[in-house]
Design a protein around this ligand. Structure first.
Ligand SMILES: Cc1ncc(COP(=O)(O)O)c(C=O)c1O
Length: 303
């Protein structure tokens, strides 16, 4: 926290932290995997870059360089002897003048790491999860900045997640303000129909997912056609396959949407092929995407 290694139980903030009241923070979700080359952070540079972009969109100057944040993340992983983990960098407005004008409050930085298994469950990753379109629409560029990964904006995902969880579903799908498909509460979404892959683009107010970009690259490298375009809700019911991507959920198929089976009701061939290639990249089994891995020099993997 702010340049110091702090014990888990001491990692606290003041109750008048600006971000706690007004959501004035930006963050990242990153994962490190145990690979043959040691613990490696997937697309670390891209995540740090998105963090700086998000901060910039909220006019926050991060008081560290990209390289300092990278080194601090490595050190935090090593000091916690983790071989694989989830990484949560958080840049937030700390305690300062109250009121809505944030620019006189300090910009604070914390990086937390912990072990975190499959967000939507191992079984969900294998068999697919049940999704439901939420009645809460995705935040729009009219009111906030959907392209930024900002803490306050996540009340939108939280409301959608609560709604569908209480109704008995595993993940929420949010439509944008036009009623077109946007994304999951914490994942981007892909539909497959007749061998073609489509995913909503930035005009649908998505968060530009790093795993989304990775899967697009992998799919094209494998010879599939991927188009970024508007996806209508009805296409979810017509799709042969649907899957979601995100750091927490990795690649998770949808087996049902709104109680309608997706395709055969089991993950389809393209989903399984992409999932295999994607997980090979995550776990360092793929030479082709080796440059996506930021290897942590850790004694943990040699012991
Ligand atoms: C709202 C939302 N959309 C999409 C994503 C997927 O982004 P990424 O693949 O960079 O984790 C996330 C997760 O960070 C998210 O919270």
């Amino acid at each position: 926290m702010n340049g110091e290694l702090v014990a888990w139980e001491d990692a606290k903030v003041h109750v008048l932290t600006h971000a706690l009241h007004y959501g004035t923070g930006v963050f990242e979700g990153i994962r490190a995997y145990e690979t043959p080359r040691g613990t490696a952070i997937f697309r670390h540079t891209d995540h740090v870059e998105r963090l700086f972009r998000s901060a910039g969109m909220y006019l926050m100057d991060i008081p560290y360089t990209r390289e300092e944040l990278r080194a601090a993340t490595h050190e935090t992983i090593v000091r916690n002897s983790l071989r694989s983990c989830y990484i949560r960098p958080l840049v937030y407005r700390g305690a300062g003048p109250m009121g809505l004008y944030p620019l006189d409050s300090p910009v604070e930085v914390a990086i937390a790491v912990w072990e975190w298994g499959a967000y939507l469950g191992d079984e969900g990753k294998q068999r697919g999860v049940r999704g439901k379109v939420s009645s809460f629409r995705r935040i729009s560029s009219d009111s906030v900045i959907p392209a930024a990964k900002a803490t306050g904006q996540y009340v939108n995902s939280v409301l959608a997640k609560i709604e569908v969880s209480k109704a008995g579903y595993e993940e929420a799908i949010l439509l944008d303000d036009r009623g077109m498909v946007c994304e999951g509460s914490g994942e981007n979404l892909f539909v497959v129909k007749d061998g073609l892959i489509a995913t909503p683009g930035f005009s649908a107010d998505i968060l530009g997912g790093i795993n989304r970009a990775s899967v697009i690259t992998i799919a094209r490298d494998l010879g599939y056609e991927v188009v970024e375009r508007d996806v209508a809700r009805g296409e979810l019911y017509l799709a042969d396959e649907i899957f979601m991507t995100g750091t927490a959920a990795e690649l998770t198929p949808l087996r049902e949407v709104d109680d309608r089976p997706v395709g055969t009701g089991e993950p389809g061939e393209i989903t399984r092929t992409l999932s295999g290639a994607f997980h090979d990249a995550l776990y360092g089994r793929s030479d082709r995407y080796a440059e996506w891995l930021d290897v942590v020099e850790s004694p943990a993997h040699t012991t």
